[in-house]
Design a protein around this ligand. Structure first.
Ligand code: ADP
Length: 447
């Protein structure tokens, strides 16, 4: 087991990882920017190192400073959290070269999955169902037309280097194709410095369903069931559930089995998430994230397993603590992402939190890095906390969520709490009857 883990992140996820380390008796080091000197993770860690000014690229993305902080403090492993350097293959390679363990998969696996064309090719080879589309990058308009005619309109053009929903354009007919191709290409070039794009069938009413998987790096793979993250705004997840209201246990076992086997065959190490669109009973792979996800607590709630403990165990060579048959799904869980944003316009609302009161009671978990009197710096993303509620079934979970939302008080800034108070009373949400476009339509109608 590791002696000392450095946490290369901030906010609620830094605290989340810190808690897991403390439980395992591991010393913690956190790094922080000058804007985060008062952050909760800095206060609670055994040691902290200031690594630079507020902008992320000079602090949380500064590989040299983070490696130096490891050397100074004698940390033997780094947990990257999510975002920042968590899917940076070069970072994983550099740590390995310094004999520091990256708590995550190998640089090579990060690289494969970070290139969406390569990821899709790999998924297909491993027997994972993929969205029909081009075999690789599209070279010109002629090829785009041929591929699109083959799979049928509408189609979506996506950036191979994509992320955060950028560089995606839908073409409903051949007449739209030229403009969509050019726009996607130039957006991808500007955002990622790589203008390679590919084409996929555009699914009209899919759900976003993702499988939590784990590999032990020695040829064993397991799955922890799925999460339904269909409630999205601008391709960003807002509300997540486990299990999905749309799947039955046979479908879960079937797709879970395919994913666990793929992970084993790949020789993958650590936590991963295989993301699918799901429509008319079929799964279509879209991408794999090679890290812990924001929404991992809903999986923890229904399985009772601490996924960060598992990440640390696997990375330290201790293997997984569970076999597939030990992983049981118990009840239902929902997570709401609470952002410091206007609940209607979603404009960021940084500032000082004058009062912060979190709900409690049976089945309620709040993961947050903020407190009364905390000043939210304007430099980072607007997530201030996550409310995770568990019940014996979805009905009980929704009742508990409504109650927990009522208790939650955040004064001094605007938050997305009022949006969740509306959603929890909505009949479609109560019935679990929504797809990836539901929330955008709901917000548009409300204006
Ligand atoms: P990113 O890495 O930019 O988040 P993804 O490939 O994960 O991109 O897609 C993000 C979201 O875009 C999906 O959750 C879904 O809402 C939408 N999307 C992606 N591919 C398709 C498709 N083929 N058909 C319909 N919607 C899609």
């Amino acid at each position: 087991m590791f002696q000392k883990v450095l946490i290369a992140n901030r906010g609620e996820i830094a605290l989340r990882v810190l808690r897991a380390c403390k439980e395992l008796g591991i010393q913690t080091v956190v790094v922080h920017s000058t804007a985060d000197s008062d952050a909760m993770h800095v206060r609670l860690a055994d040691e902290s190192v200031c690594i630079g000014p507020p902008p992320s690229r000079e602090s949380y993305l500064n590989i040299h400073q983070i490696v130096a902080a490891c050397e100074i403090t004698g940390a033997d492993a780094v947990h990257p959290g999510y975002g920042f350097l968590s899917e940076n293959a070069k970072f994983a390679d550099i740590l390995a070269a310094h004999n520091i363990t990256f708590i995550g998969p190998s640089g090579d696996h990060i690289r494969i999955m970070g290139d969406k064309i390569e990821a899709k090719r790999t998924a297909k080879r491993l027997g994972i169902p993929v969205v029909p589309g081009s075999d690789g990058a599209i070279s010109d308009e002629k090829e785009a037309k041929r591929v699109a005619a083959g799979i049928g309109y509408p189609v979506i053009i996506k950036a191979s280097a994509g992320g955060g929903g950028r560089g995606m354009k839908v073409a409903r007919s051949e007449a739209d194709l030229e403009v969509a191709l050019q726009t996607a290409r130039s957006e991808a070039g500007a955002a990622f410095g790589d203008d390679a794009v590919y084409i996929e069938k555009f699914l009209e009413k899919p759900r976003h369903i993702e499988l939590q998987v784990f590999g032990d790096g020695a040829g064993r793979g397991v799955h922890f069931g799925e999460r339904d993250c269909s409630l999205q705004r601008r391709h960003q997840k807002v509300w997540e559930e486990a299990n999905s209201p749309a799947l039955n246990s046979e479908e879960r076992a079937r797709i879970g089995g395919i994913c666990a086997k793929a992970i084993a065959d790949l020789g993958y190490s650590g936590a991963g998430t295989i993301e699918f669109l799901y429509e008319n009973g079929e799964f279509y792979f879209i991408e794999m994230n090679t890290r812990l996800q924001v929404e991992h607590p809903v999986t923890e709630a229904i399985t009772g397993i601490d996924l960060v403990h598992e990440q640390i165990r696997v990375a330290s060579g201790g293997g997984l603590s569970v076999r597939q048959e030990d992983i049981k799904f118990n009840g239902h869980a929902i997570e709401c992402r609470i952002n410091a944003e206007d609940p209607r316009t979603f404009t960021p609302s940084p500032g000082t939190i004058t009062h912060f009161h979190t709900p409690g009671g049976l089945g309620v978990r709040v993961d947050s890095g903020v407190y009364s009197g905390y000043r939210i710096p304007p430099y980072y993303d607007s997530l201030i906390g996550k409310l995770i509620v568990h019940g014996r079934n979805r009905v009980e979970c929704m009742m508990r969520l409504r109650r927990a939302l009522d208790e939650f008080v955040v004064d001094g800034i605007k938050t997305t709490l009022p949006l969740f108070r509306d959603l929890v009373g909505n009949p479609d949400i109560a019935n679990g009857d929504y797809d990836i476009h539901w929330l955008e339509k709901y917000l548009a109608e409300d204006d």
